[in-house]
Design a protein around this ligand. Sequence first.
Ligand SMILES: Cc1cc2nc3c(=O)[nH]c(=O)nc-3n(C[C@H](O)[C@H](O)[C@H](O)COP(=O)(O)OP(=O)(O)OC[C@H]3O[C@@H](n4cnc5c(N)ncnc54)[C@H](O)[C@@H]3O)c2cc1C
Length: 287
Amino acid sequence: MKPPPFHYAAPTSVAEAVALLAAHADDEARVLAGGQSLVPLMNFRLAQPSHLIDLRRIAELTGIRTEGDTLVIGAMARQSAAEHAPEVALFAPLLAEALGFVAHPPIRNSGTVGGSIAHADPAAELPAVALALDAELVIVGPQGSRTVAAADFFLGPFTTAIGAGELLTEVRIPRRAGGHAFVEFARTHGTFAVVGVAAVIELDGDTVSRAAIALSGVAATPVRATAAERVLVGATAGDAAAAADAAAAELAPAGDVHGSTETRTDIARSYLRRGIELALQRAQDQR
Ligand SMILES: Cc1cc2nc3c(=O)[nH]c(=O)nc-3n(C[C@H](O)[C@H](O)[C@H](O)COP(=O)(O)OP(=O)(O)OC[C@H]3O[C@@H](n4cnc5c(N)ncnc54)[C@H](O)[C@@H]3O)c2cc1C
């Protein structure tokens, strides 16, 4: 399979990339990151951009750093770089753990953190992690820069708040205390998960003071398990089973070849419980 012909540009700055997007506003212009999702789509002719703007030469988009209590990941940071970065291990171990479930190492060596979030596959790990960690997404376009909370970023399957002529430049993640867990059910390791659970739980003594839990694979976008969070916060030691039941009762995932609505809901309940138990255990171990 080969894509139809397209024009190619490889800018070296964000400003240049934005100018190129503006210059081709009337054409079908797309940015290329790691190419691990876009190139297969082009090869199958499910995406047919007339202009491809390759971000891989833009050095300013590749850094991973900390600013006070915030972890800042450039959109073009490779998934493998984030997986092994000491800053990520310290500030957002949930992200490092989740990255281990994304495809296989060769794909993570090319795929980018920003590319996965911008692609917004409802089954992908990183959008759910961004939601659980209250990440902020920095978007740059012809009007300048704006920051969108993860809760407002994912609008539908493969649809985000990134507008025409804009690109994602940074993922900003506040440092969180507490225990974390990323668990998922996939047919085989490295394939897209049927259901994924990202959890961060903070304890104050024996009481849960904060819980942030997000799911992938159960809706058109990643979703917060707010019912589970409500059950957990304020409870002593936290009842993982009751929290998982409460969250599962609010789910209505679409059935597909991987499972019916009921099967997906049962898997979600089971993996919610596992994720919550593991995050609670790790929070307790930290005391
Ligand atoms: C065999 C295989 C298995 C995979 N398994 C998984 C898996 O288990 N879990 C998972 O989450 N992913 C999986 N992936 C996808 C992989 O994680 C991709 O790397 C990721 O989805 C896209 O990142 P990318 O950098 O390759 O983006 P690209 O493929 O280059 O781009 C994807 C889309 O995002 C847009 N985009 C990219 N960067 C930006 C930006 N900075 N601003 C605005 N728009 C942007 C592009 O225009 C394009 O529409 C798999 C891929 C393959 C080939």
